[in-house]
Design a protein. Sequence first.
Length: 93
Amino acid sequence: MSRLGTILSALHGQPRTLSELSSDLGSSPAAVEGMLQTLFASGYVQDASPTADGCACNGCSLKSMCRNAAGDVPALNLLRLTQKGEKVVERSS
């Protein structure tokens, strides 16, 4: 699996921070951030950070587990898969 595919798989099912992804993948944050920018520009990942009017995930099925859904936790730079990203992961499974 490509490194980009590995990142997509790591994001499957749960929003993650850059720090979490870097640690889990054994890569530097700078390297992972570059790959995430490529995936973001291609429409495979999106920001899932809470906004002033609520969680950017909106109707996310994981909202009950989201550490930021309560709003009393400082905003984290969370990333999650888009539908396009989910389809890629499902096809490769």
